[in-house]
Design a binder for this molecule. Structure first.
Ligand code: HEM
Length: 321
C-alpha cells in the first residue's frame, strides 16, 4: 500500500516499550536509581499504565466538572460565556493543544520522567474526558455554527481514537495468529521469500505448457503481491488477482482434456494452489497492519481541522464579546 506521507509513525502506542525495562536491567546490575517509574512493569499496557493513574485523573476531572455544572451558582442558564463556561472552555482548549502535541512527542525519543507510554495513557484518558468537559462547556447550546463545528470535529477525533484503541487491543493478537502455521511463526519477509520460491517453481513447471496456458501463468508471476489500492488492502479482496485467474483458467482447460500421467498442468495447478494460500495469508497480514494505521488517517487530519475550527471559535467569541 502506498503509505500516506507524514503518517509513518516512528513509534506507535502498540509498539511502545516503556524504558522501565532498562531501569530493571540497571537495578539488576547494581546501578540503583530509585525513580517512581520503577514501579511500572514493562508488561503494563498504556491503558493500565501506573495502576490506571490517568484513568483516575480523567475521572476526577469529569466528576468535578459535572458537580460544578450541577451545583455552581450561576445568574442565568449554562452556556460557554459564564465563568464556569470559560473555565471549562479554557481547560478543554488547553487539553486539545496538549493532546495534539502527542504527534511531536512520538517523534522525539526523549528519555525522562514522561515515557511515551505514560504520555499515550494520559492522552487517551484526558482525551476521553473532553466528552464531558467540553460538552459541559457548551451548556448543550449546540447549533449550526462554528462553535458547534469545533465540538463536532472534536467528537470525530475522539471517536476515531476509540477505534484506534480497539484496533490496538485486538489486532496484534490476530496478526500473530495469522503468522503461525504448522512450521511455527513466519515473518512478513519470510512470506515474501516463500512466494518468490513458489514463483521460481511455477516458472520451471510451466515450461512444457502450451503458449496459451503459459501466458496465463506468466501473468501470475508478473503481478506484484503488494499491488492494489488501499481498499483492496483493507478488505483483503483482490478481484484482479492474476494467480486466482490463472488457477481457474488451467483447471477449466484441464477439465476438457483427456487425463494423462505426469500432466504438467497438474503440477502447475498444485503450485498455484499453494501460491493462492500463501497470498491469502500475506494479504490478511497486510490488512491487519493497515487497520492498525487506518484510523490515524481520520484522527490526525481531523485534529488539524479541529485546531482551525477551535481558533475560529475562540477568535469569534472574543470578537463578539
Ligand atoms: C480532541 C482530542 C484528541 C486530539 C486532538 C488527538 C490528537 C492526536 C494526535 C495529533 C496524535 C498523534 C498522531 C501521530 O502523529 O501519529 C494522536 C495519537 C493518538 N491518539 Fe489521539 N487525540 C485526541 C483524542 C484521543 C482519544 C479520545 C483517544 C482514545 C480513546 C486517542 C487515541 C490516540 C492514540 C492511541 C494515539 C497514538 C497512536 C500511536 O502511537 O500510534 N486520541 N492523537
Amino acid at each position: 500500500m502506498a503509505s500516506l506521507p507524514g503518517l509513518e509513525p516512528t513509534e506507535t502506542a502498540a509498539t511502545a516499550e516503556d524504558t522501565t525495562s532498562t531501569d530493571t536491567r540497571k537495578r539488576k546490575l547494581g546501578l540503583r536509581r530509585c525513580t517512581r517509574r520503577n514501579k511500572v512493569t514493562s508488561h503494563d499496557s498504556f491503558l493500565s499504565y501506573a495502576n490506571g493513574r490517568w484513568w483516575k485523573v480523567a475521572g476526577v476531572l469529569c466528576l468535578v466538572s459535572l458537580l460544578a455544572y450541577i451545583f455552581a451558582p450561576l445568574p442565568a442558564q449554562h452556556f460557554g460565556g459564564t465563568w464556569l463556561g470559560y473555565t471549562l472552555g479554557t481547560i478543554s482548549a488547553g487539553l486539545i493543544v496538549w493532546l495534539t502535541l502527542l504527534g511531536v512527542r512520538k517523534r522525539a525519543m526523549t528519555p525522562g520522567t514522561w515515557s511515551l507510554k505514560a504520555w499515550t495513557s494520559a492522552h487517551v484518558y484526558l482525551g476521553l474526558s473532553l466528552i464531558v468537559v467540553a460538552t459541559l462547556h457548551t451548556g448543550f447550546d449546540l447549533g449550526w455554527n462554528v462553535h458547534t463545528l469545533a465540538w463536532a470535529l472534536m467528537m470525530i477525533v475522539i471517536v476515531s481514537g476509540m477505534f484506534g484503541i480497539w484496533f490496538y487491543w485486538t489486532l496484534p493478537q490476530a496478526l500473530s495468529e495469522n503468522r503461525y502455521d504448522e512450521d511455527g511463526a513466519v515473518t512478513e519477509k519470510q512470506m515474501i521469500e516463500q512466494l518468490r520460491s513458489l514463483d521460481r517453481q511455477i516458472h520451471d513447471a510451466a515450461q512444457p505448457l502450451t503458449a496459451e496456458d503459459a501466458a496465463v501463468v506468466e501473468k501470475s508471476l508478473e503481478q506484484d503481491p503488494f499491488d492494489g489500492s488501499i481498499w483492496n488492502r483493507v478488505t483483503a479482496r483482490y478481484p484482479n488477482c492474476a494467480t486466482r485467474r490463472a488457477a481457474a483458467t488451467l483447471r477449466e482447460a484441464r477439465a476438457f482434456r483427456p487425463r494423462v500421467a505426469d500432466d504438467p498442468l497438474d503440477r502447475v495447478d498444485a503450485l498455484l494452489t499453494r501460491k493462492e494460500a500463501m497470498l491469502a495469508r500475506l494479504r490478511r497480514h497486510l490488512r491487519l497492519k493497515s487497520l492498525l494505521q487506518l484510523w490515524l488517517y481520520v484522527h490526525v487530519p481531523v485534529t488539524f481541522a479541529l485546531l482551525a475550527a477551535l481558533s475560529a471559535h475562540i477568535v469569534s467569541v472574543f470578537f463578539y464579546w
